[in-house]
Design a protein around this ligand. Structure first.
Ligand code: BG6
Length: 486
């Protein structure tokens, strides 16, 4: 493994993500002695602040956002003591030069640069860093999604970055890959003999992936409107889940082997067009309603005007390769749904021949349900005989083989996704980050849907908050004789 970066340079340090996730993650890593010796955090934002004011702000942040029981004032004092603040605005090279002076002499110990800024600043920030001499061979750079808003713009970002850093030093964050349960998909599929022989069109009828959220816009109007659920959630998080479920076994867990397999899946997604979007996609927008017993307003009311942006999307996805021939992946995600719930459901086929057909009842195909959040568990639904004398025939019933990962690993602290990702960035392991070709393959497919929507003038159907999207989302799957696993 490459040497751990001893300097973490964070742009967008005064922003929401930095406060909620990045600083608490760094604090937790420090608490577990996982940060290198002589670690320095250079926090950078647009406003002028001095070190003391910023440190105070981070101390408050830790008290607010750390999980219960993790804040310790002595530890927090040590942590904020590692932070210095440097204002830097793109376009002001003097500020970047001043930042460079504050980290002078530390180049050999490696810089981990983290861009938690609006995407329009990614390339200009990297270029300003290059002019300030901070992008040498021991520098790595991480950036948050979105990388572009379509294929051409994502290529522009990727090319601008590639002119400064080689691919192994570029860390595109998709925080779903930092979630323990998402990585657990690798353990489940490739650490067990049980599943893989059945993990194909021979035994699987279809796959469902749901990422449901109860929240609405949450003050993100300016970002979200015009973006919508397809670009905000499907292009990245849901497609990464599809790739993890559908990929071929990689030869090793390393950044090339894993990402080579994922990109093959993304390139096999069947593109949509003006006609197929009508039968393979549903877009919705939440109206007023109630979520968890609370009355909430609709999207347009929150926004203050009417909008065509979708806050819900459901898709029937085909992966055109040998393994998944004829196995649809139904995926859906939305805001203001009835519950915060993310899960993957593998629906197996019927047994080839039922010995219970004439003398018995209740036979159902197996299902494997992998719950990612809020709780983490795996349930395999299998057929069992109802106890009794069977005088009317064998009565079968579905029972669950349940594995609660929360219980099995009750003594292990569940880390936030960013802890893992930041540690991997510091240590230079890009396996859980998204490679340029994955981003571009994902955009190629998402663009085909957007173009199909535009050409067919498809509108977002309204759904009352607190429902699982518009009724057409139910029809999308029920037309095929299946139903959503709610
Ligand atoms: C972000 C999206 O990437 O993921 C948000 O921009 C969404 O709109 C969030 O709410 C969901 O993440 P999580 O970890 O809460 O499922």
């Amino acid at each position: 493994m490459a040497v751990s970066s001893a300097t973490f340079i964070l742009f967008g340090a005064t922003g929401d993500l930095a406060h909620r996730m990045i600083f608490p993650s760094l604090y937790n890593l420090m608490g577990d002695n996982l940060l290198p010796e002589d670690f320095l955090i250079v926090a950078s934002g647009r406003s002028e602040l001095d070190d003391a004011a910023f440190r105070k702000d981070i101390d408050r942040t830790l008290q607010e956002f750390l999980a219960e029981g993790l804040y310790d004032s002595a530890r927090a004092a040590k942590f904020v003591g590692m932070i210095i603040y440097c204002a830097a605005n793109v376009g002001d090279d003097d500020q970047f030069a001043a930042l460079a002076r504050r980290v002078e002499g530390r180049e050999d110990k490696g810089f981990a640069i983290y861009l938690s800024t609006p995407p329009s600043l990614f390339a200009p920030t990297a270029q300003a860093l290059q002019r300030a001499g901070l992008t040498g061979p021991d520098s790595r750079i991480a950036m948050e999604k979105p990388i572009g808003h379509d294929l051409p713009s994502s290529r522009e970002v990727n090319e601008a970055m590639a002119a400064i850093f080689d691919e192994e030093r570029i860390f595109r964050v998709d925080h779903y890959l930092g979630k323990e349960t998402v990585q657990n998909l690798l353990a489940l599929r490739f650490g067990n003999m049980l599943f893989e022989p059945l993990w194909n069109s021979g035994a699987i009828d279809h796959v469902q992936i749901t990422v449901g959220e109860t929240v609405g816009l949450e003050g993100r109007v300016s970002y979200y409107d015009g973006v919508g659920a397809l670009k905000d959630m499907v292009q990245n998080h849901l497609l990464q889940l599809v790739a993890m479920v559908a990929m071929e076994p990689p030869a090793r867990i390393d950044s090339t082997a894993v990402r080579d397999e994922k990109v093959k899946v993304l390139r096999s997604l069947r593109l949509m067009d003006e006609k197929s979007v009508l039968t393979h996609s549903v877009k919705g927008q939440y109206g007023p309603g109630a979520v968890n017993g609370q009355i909430v307003t609709g999207y347009a009311d929150e926004l203050g005007h009417a909008s065509g942006t979708e806050t819900f999307v459901a898709l029937k996805v085909h992966i055109d390769n040998w393994r998944w021939k004829g196995v649809p992946f139904y995926i859906r995600t939305g805001k203001r749904l009835p519950s915060r719930q993310s899960e993957i459901m593998i629906q197996f086929k019927d047994v080839p021949h039922s010995i219970f057909a004439t003398k018995g009842k209740g036979l159902e195909p197996n299902r494997l349900v992998i719950r990612l959040q809020p709780e983490e568990n795996i349930r395999l639904l299998i057929m069992a005989k109802q106890p009794g004398l069977d005088r009317e025939g064998v009565e079968l019933r579905e029972v669950g083989l349940n594995v609660s990962l929360d219980t099995a690993f009750a003594k292990t602290r569940r880390r936030i996704a960013y802890e893992r990702l930041i540690l991997d960035l510091l240590e230079g392991d890009p396996t859980l980050f998204v490679r340029a070709d994955e981003i571009e393959a994902a955009w190629t497919w998402v663009d085909s849907i957007h173009q199909g929507w535009a050409a067919s003038h498809m509108k977002a159907a309204s759904y009352a908050s607190g429902n699982w999207g518009p009724s057409s989302a139910i029809a999308l799957i029920e037309r095929d004789g299946a139903s959503w696993h709610d």
